[in-house]
Every structure is written in structure tokens, then in C-alpha cells.
Design a protein around this ligand. Structure first.
Ligand code: ADP
Ligand code: ZN
Length: 722
């Protein structure tokens, strides 16, 4: 019997639903939230003390906590956050904790502040594992033993043995650079009256030190960023940490520089591209409270906040806040949850707020501050619809005569035009004119997209690449493969014929992120190009002062999807793209090509009437019981074998409990029925708003165990319907 010795319940970053019990040896000072090292089988694992208690006489011999780290403990709010998030998304709490502990090295003590690099000598014994470690060690960066082992896919013992042999040499890691303390009053403009009123409203909310969500609503360029900076300044002045969440692609060096100018201190940045040592620096800085401002992508929510007092979610409508793999969570929604657990405000900023957020404003749950355009411009430029049924382009072309005329006129006047088409590559489909064979990805049930600049076919679902075949793979006919439909590259070809004088730039994510894209954007901004052809990449807040015409080549694309938010997304995207026109001195206009000019969305767009559009969309959603008026969860079954996956999905469907206010749709083959060689079946659970959807799912799934290579993914509040 263990008597009354202390017991630590330790949550481990593994797929476990709850903490494991360990004995706290006398002399170890443990507190809830402490980071500890505990034995698990033959390994030592880092976990977090979830709670402390005294031993009930179970008679079971518990193992001892091995060591405790001297980091400040993970706050109670953060631990609650992990538990709530896990319960909400039906995820093992340990998987959520793993997202918190995602900075390997950060918990290493002073003795581990060494890294290893290749010494240039050959070890006494060589194995394939050792060779892999040495290969990585020769690449130049000194890495910690753990990082080196992970990169090489071997155990740490291999690294240690190489070090003993003298094949690796130790170097001291440089100390982590300290964070400068921000000055809430450092930069900033003299705000306009509108901005001042909005900033005052947000500051007042921050001063209340309570949970409150505020929507900051205003077109791009209306000065929202400067306004939420004021809210951040107030939270900083009150001694708190602040988190500014951005969609990853908006997290650019110029934006970070802007934050630095405003607060006189470089903010901590958190995104997927950070080097291990920098991750460690930010993680520790957040845990210790020295990193006061973090500008981060969605996963920054999980950093071990010490005194978080404000979260700002910029571009709150962005679907990039939803993570689909791993733990599927929505960072905007979880930011609101965190604020309610931590009793602090959350600011949601957007030029095109999501319907969810607008409905929360309607219901009085969220507050709102609105900003008018600082230059007195209307919300949207003048928008004209082009009915493609009447003004059809020539066969094999996509620009209608009225749009061609408009572009010509714009270029002749010395202004810039933008043609928007949300499709990368040359053509979305290639088929054989002789036998009708379509080129498809071998791993996915999806057409391969031709990328002519790269001379390759690409699968947009798994990244598979292959060269264009010289003959049809099916009937062997030569020279019969034809592209079907346009991508931006093909549109550029058409534009070059129509506007031979134009200086054309094609902007899509194929330019990758790095300098290519930022150079191209700068060249457009400075007017070196006068005709821009781009995907949604150009819709995101870039400021092109010479742009006066936006042509939307295919406005119907997103409307055709099975996504219940398809129309809402179309609205946001078209409003954003149209809004690129006329941001400089001259007014702008947009022309939208559509086969559905009578569609209420197109009509509302033409009138620039957002309220009318959302009123319509709310009615549709309410009628259909879709979010935010009802709740959804998607269950996706996948497996390497088609019939197996289908059988399991059907059994799953049959075992769905009957419940008032819940309906289960499907299973049906997913719209993309195979991805990366896995056959996919979907079920959709639709529930009324008052239903406890999680309880229903738990009841249903408690005994469901996909066998072998079958997998079941549960996606609460899904955004992906493919
Ligand atoms: P939004 O976040 O709504 O897109 P920003 O805050 O980025 O708008 O403002 C758009 C541009 O106007 C930025 O270049 C910003 O520096 C500038 N700006 C914003 N507010 C002011 C102000 N009060 N005085 C001068 N320039 C301002
Ligand atoms: Zn594929």
C-alpha cells in the first residue's frame, strides 16, 4: 500500500484520452501544469501534470515521476483549453497536448544546450543508420541530438554512439535571443475620427477584462489594422500578452515590419516555416511571458501562454483557419473559446465577415464596430454583369467581347487591369480526342492539371507530377491529347493574342511564396505590368494603386460546389477581387462573367448590397438547417480497398443511433472518391442547434473500431466537403 504519498496525474502527448498516474517522489516539487519527465515502458516521455492528488490505496505499484522541468507551469486556463478542445472535436486530449508541446528542444535544460556537427572523421563502425546521421550532420546546421536523430529517422542512441566515437563534435548552441519589450505608444498614425471611435470601443472592451467578442468590420484599406493595433496596445499596457492570428500566407516580412514599427519591438512570429531553434525561442518566450506580441498562424493558439489578454483574428472569414488533418479544429472558433476560458476579449477583423460571425452579431452575442472607407469610397466599386449566354466568347476562348473591349480601353488609358480566374495551371482537364480517355492521377480520383510553364501534369490533391504523355495512354493515338477548359496560364495565352501590347504577369501560388511572388507583386504595384492574370492569391489584400479594372472570368466556379458555404465563399472572393479595383486615385470598376446573372448573389453583387446578399443567404441556411442555424459533423471513412471501405461505411451508417433532431446522411462516395490511393466514403450528421452533437457522436462511436488499414476521421463543424 502506498499510504498517503502524492500522486501526479500526467497527461502525455500521445493518443490517450486522459492522464496517467505517477507517484511524486518526496523532494520533487510538483504543481499542476508542471512539465515533467516520466517513464512509459522503456522510454522517458515529457508530459504535463494535469492534477495532483493523494494515493488511494489501489495496491497498484505506480512508477515515479523522474524529473520536473523548471519552466513556468502550463496555466490552468491552457489546461482547460486542451480539455475543452479535445472534448469538442472528440480527440484524445493527449493529441491536443502534442500540439502544445510542438517545440522539441524548448524544455531542454542547460546541460542540453549543445548541438552536434560532423567532425570529419570516419567512425570505427559504419551502419546505414549511422551513415544517415552523418549525412545530415554534414549539411551544415548544428543540431541537437534529438533533432538530428529525428531528421535521420533513428534513435538518439545512434547519435550518442557516433559522438562517443568522435565522428560528431559538440558545439555550444548560441543563447536564445531575448525579446524586446514592446512600447504601446511607439508608432501609429493620427487616426481618423472613424478609426478613433472604433479604437475607443475596442479599448473599452479590453479595459473591462472580461470575455467579449468584437467584430471589426470594414473594407480592405479602411484602416482596420491600425484600429486593432490600438486594442493590442491597451492589452500590452495592462501587462498582458497578445496574439495576432493571421492566415499563414498573410504572415509576411512586410507585415511583421509594420507590427514592429507600431510597437517599437520585433514581434515573435510563429508559423510552419520556423527553424527548430527559433521555435524554441518563441515557445520559451511565450511560456516565460517575455514574448509579449506573437503574430502567428493558427497553431500559435497552442503556445503555452502565460498571461494572454487579447486575441485578434485578422481575416476571420478565411478558411485557412480550419485545419483538416491531424486534429481538425477551427482556430477562429477556438480563439473565442480560449477567450471565454481566459476571460479576455477576442477581436475578429474582416472586410467580408463570415456568416457565422454576422449571425452572432445579430443575436447580440458579439459586439461590432464598423469602419467606413477612409477615402469615402463605396464598399465595392461599380460592378457589371456579363451574361455569358448572350455575349459568348469565341470557341476555345474565355474572354467575352464586352470584357475584351473594357480591358483594351483600360490599357489604352494607361491603367492596369486584372483578370481573375481561380484555377492554377494551363488546363484543368486533358483528354484524348480519339478515344475520350481523361488523364487522371494514379493515386486520386481526379483529373491531372496541365502546368505548361513547368511542362508537367500535376494532381492538385496529392501533388503527383508526371510529364505530358506523347501519345494517349489508352488508345496510343499520337497528337490527340487536348486541353479542356482554362487555367490562368491558358488565359494568359489568350490575353497575349487579344492584347499584344500588354505587359502580362501571371500570379498564382505556383510562384511559390518566396521572393518570386513578392517581386512579382512589387512589379505589379509599381506598374511594370499592366495586365495581371491571377488566382485567389491576388484577392488577398494587395494594394495595386494603378488598377482600375477587374474582370472575373468565371464567377460561377465556386457556386457549383457541394459545399454549403460555396455561395458565401463566392461572395467573399468576388467582393475581395472586385475591391482590388480603384484603390488609387482613379475610381475602379469590375466586370463579372457569369451564366447565372439572375442568381441573387450576382444581383446583390451588382448592387453592391452585402446586407441583401446575407439576408438571402441566412434564409437559405436557416431553411436547410445548415450552420450556424444547425450543426454538422462529417465522418470520413477511408481505406486502400474500395469494397472494404464501403462496407465499413455502410455498417457505420446502420449503427447510427436514432435521436430527436439528428439526421445522418450517407454514406456516399466522397466527391473525390479516392485520394492518395485511399477510397473515401462520407457520412454527414446534421443536427439541430440545441442538440449536443458531441454526446451523440460519442454514443455512436464508442465501440466503433476501424480495423486494419481502414480509418475513420471525425470532423466536427466541417469546412471541407470533398
Ligand atoms: P485594413 O486593415 O482595413 O486593410 P490598414 O489598416 O492596413 O487597413 O490601412 C490601409 C493603409 O492605410 C495602410 O497603408 C495604413 O498604413 C494606412 N493608414 C491606416 N490608417 C491611417 C491613418 N489614420 N493615417 C494614415 N494612414 C493610415
Ligand atoms: Zn493525386
Amino acid at each position: 500500500m502506498t499510504g498517503d504519498s502524492a500522486i501526479a496525474e500526467v497527461l502525455l502527448p500521445l493518443a490517450l484520452d486522459g492522464p496517467y498516474s505517477y507517484r511524486a517522489p518526496a523532494g520533487l516539487r510538483l504543481e499542476p501544469g508542471a512539465y515533467v519527465s516520466v517513464p512509459l515502458g522503456p522510454r522517458q516521455v515529457t508530459g504535463v501534470v494535469w492534477s495532483l492528488g493523494s494515493a488511494t490505496a489501489t495496491g497498484r505499484a505506480l512508477r515515479d515521476v523522474s524529473a520536473v522541468n523548471d519552466m513556468p507551469p502550463l496555466s490552468e486556463t491552457h489546461r482547460k483549453f486542451v480539455d475543452w478542445l479535445a472534448a469538442y472535436y472528440l480527440e484524445p486530449a493527449g493529441n491536443v497536448l502534442r500540439m502544445v508541446l510542438r517545440a522539441p528542444g524548448a524544455l531542454e535544460g542547460p546541460r542540453e544546450q549543445i548541438a552536434w556537427r560532423a567532425a570529419g572523421t570516419v567512425p570505427k563502425r559504419m551502419t546505414p543508420q549511422r551513415a544517415r546521421v552523418l549525412e545530415i550532420a554534414r549539411e551544415g546546421f548544428a543540431l541537437r541530438a534529438g533533432e538530428l536523430a529525428e531528421a535521420a529517422g533513428v534513435g538518439v542512441s545512434v547519435v550518442k554512439a557516433l559522438a562517443r566515437d568522435g565522428a560528431l563534435e559538440a558545439v555550444a548552441l548560441p543563447a536564445l535571443r531575448a525579446f524586446a519589450t514592446p512600447d504601446p505608444g511607439a508608432g501609429g498614425f493620427a487616426l481618423s475620427a472613424d478609426q478613433q471611435a472604433a479604437a475607443e470601443a475596442l479599448r473599452a472592451v479590453v479595459a473591462q477584462r472580461q470575455h467579449k467578442v468584437m467584430l471589426l468590420d470594414g473594407v480592405t484599406g479602411s484602416g482596420k489594422t491600425e484600429v486593432y493595433f490600438e486594442a493590442m496596445a491597451a492589452a500590452l499596457a495592462a501587462g498582458g500578452q497578445v496574439l495576432l492570428l493571421l492566415p499563414e500566407i498573410a504572415l509576411t516580412p512586410p507585415f511583421l515590419a509594420r507590427v514592429e514599427r507600431r510597437f517599437g519591438a520585433e514581434p515573435a512570429a510563429w508559423h510552419s516555416g520556423l527553424r527548430p531553434r527559433e521555435r524554441e525561442r518563441v515557445w520559451r518566450g511565450v511560456a516565460e511571458g517575455t514574448a509579449r506580441i506573437v503574430v502567428g498562424a493558427r497553431s500559435a493558439l497552442f503556445l503555452p501562454w502565460k498571461t494572454l489578454k487579447l486575441i485578434v483574428v485578422d481575416e476571420e472569414h478565411e478558411s485557412a483557419y480550419k485545419q483538416d488533418d491531424g486534429v481538425p479544429y477551427h482556430a477562429r472558433d477556438m480563439a473565442v473559446l480560449y477567450g471565454s476560458l481566459g476571460r479576455f476579449p477576442v477581436v475578429l477583423s474582416s472586410a467580408t465577415p463570415s456568416l457565422e460571425t454576422l449571425v452572432n452579431v445579430d443575436r447580440g452575442r458579439y459586439g461590432v464596430v464598423r469602419l467606413r472607407d477612409r477615402h469615402g469610397r463605396p464598399e465595392l466599386p461599380e460592378i457589371g454583369l456579363i451574361d455569358l449566354k448572350r455575349a459568348s466568347p469565341e470557341p476555345g476562348q474565355w474572354l467575352s467581347p464586352p470584357l475584351v473591349d473594357e480591358v483594351r480601353r483600360t490599357l489604352a488609358e494607361g491603367d492596369q487591369a486584372l483578370l481573375f480566374l481561380n484555377r492554377r495551371g494551363y488546363a484543368p482537364l486533358t483528354l484524348c480526342r480519339a478515344c475520350g480517355h481523361r488523364l487522371e492521377c494514379p493515386q486520386c480520383a481526379a483529373a491531372l492539371v496541365e502546368h505548361r510553364f513547368r511542362r508537367q501534369l500535376m494532381c492538385h490533391h496529392c501533388g503527383h507530377l508526371e510529364p505530358m504523355p506523347p501519345a494517349c495512354p489508352s488508345c496510343k493515338a499520337e497528337g490527340k491529347m487536348v486541353p479542356v477548359g482554362p487555367g490562368v496560364e491558358r488565359l494568359a495565352e489568350e490575353a497575349a493574342l487579344q492584347f499584344p501590347e500588354a505587359r502580362i504577369a501571371v500570379l498564382s501560388s505556383d510562384l511559390a511564396r518566396g521572393t518570386l511572388l513578392s517581386d512579382a507583386l512589387r512589379d505589379v504595384e509599381e506598374g511594370r505590368y499592366n495586365l495581371v492574370i491571377g488566382t485567389q492569391l491576388v484577392a488577398k489584400g494587395h494594394h495595386f494603386p494603378h488598377l482600375t479594372l477587374v474582370g472575373v472570368v468565371d464567377a460561377d466556379l465556386a457556386l457549383e460546389s457541394t459545399d454549403p458555404r460555396g455561395a458565401e465563399r463566392t461572395w467573399a472572393l468576388l467582393a475581395q477581387v472586385a475591391g482590388r479595383a480603384g484603390r488609387g486615385a482613379k475610381p475602379g470598376r469590375a466586370m463579372v462573367q457569369t451564366y447565372l446573372p439572375e442568381h441573387p448573389l450576382m444581383q446583390a453583387l451588382r448592387k453592391g448590397d452585402r446586407d441583401a446578399y446575407f439576408a438571402q443567404e441566412k434564409a437559405i441556411r436557416e431553411q436547410a438547417g445548415l450552420p450556424p442555424y444547425g450543426r454538422l459533423a462529417a465522418l470520413v471513412v477511408s481505406g486502400p480497398d474500395g469494397p472494404d471501405s464501403e462496407r465499413f461505411a455502410r455498417q457505420l451508417g446502420h449503427s447510427a443511433p436514432l435521436a430527436e433532431g439528428v439526421s445522418v446522411l450517407g454514406p456516399a462516395a466522397a466527391p473525390i472518391a479516392m485520394v492518395r490511393g485511399r477510397h473515401r466514403w462520407r457520412l454527414l450528421v446534421k443536427a439541430r442547434r440545441e442538440v449536443n452533437l458531441q454526446a451523440y457522436l460519442r454514443l455512436w462511436l464508442k465501440d466503433v473500431k476501424p480495423r486494419g488499414s481502414l480509418a475513420l476521421q471525425v470532423d466536427v463543424d466541417p469546412y471541407n466537403f470533398l
